[in-house]
Design a protein around this ligand. Structure first.
Ligand code: 2AL
Length: 176
């Protein structure tokens, strides 16, 4: 999709806005739906601020729900080809789409341990990572206290959302 400016965003009706921004937070179009009523936005950062404030204001169950909407890294959905377009691109750029069978199995084991310990999937901004770093972070975060881990994971959700928004709004454009 072509990069767009903030005037264009502010002129979108509800349906268009949710179509365009519904996956800024993976599989959570409700967030875009809620934030639409807070327009006009002054710029990309302002739109992002409203999205993040919505996440921060959720009860813990809602925040965990957001994490649970994320597919595993190098998991079954990648194998089956059922990832969202954004997730597919991120996992590919992290080198997770062409792992060897051993490495995939090792990650699946760590992902399963993580999910068993915290009750939600391991989330990390894949575009800023690579297979070795994913494995290292998974092993490290497995040992973190649950309250801290929830905060870390939501921070990663925001990094993913930031990069997705930047793609949509052309953050490098002179207009912004
Ligand atoms: C993801 C994903 O789908 N994209 C990304 O950057 N991270 N999933 C995850 N479990 O971390």
């Amino acid at each position: 999709m072509q990069a767009m400016d903030i005037e264009k965003v502010n002129s979108m009706d509800f349906g268009e806005f949710v179509d365009v921004f519904g996956n800024v937070i993976e599989r959570c179009p409700l967030i875009a739906a809620a934030v639409w009523s807070q327009r006009p936005f002054s710029n990309l950062e302002d739109l992002e601020k409203h999205i993040f404030a919505f996440i921060d204001a959720l009860p813990q169950s809602g925040q965990e729900g957001i994490l649970r909407c994320h597919p595993d890294l190098a998991g079954r959905e990648l194998q089956r080809g059922t990832l969202t377009a954004e997730s597919q691109r991120e996992q590919r750029s992290a080198g997770l789409t062409n792992l060897g069978a051993d490495e995939r199995l090792r990650l699946a084991e760590l992902n399963a341990q993580y999910r068993a310990r915290f009750g939600f999937p391991f989330v990390l901004a894949a575009r800023l990572s690579d297979p070795a770093a994913v494995r290292r972070e998974l092993a490290r975060r497995l040992r973190c206290p649950p309250a801290q881990e929830l905060r870390t994971a939501l921070g990663e959700v925001k990094k993913i959302g930031h990069l997705r928004l930047a793609d949509l709004l052309g953050a490098h454009s002179a207009r912004l």
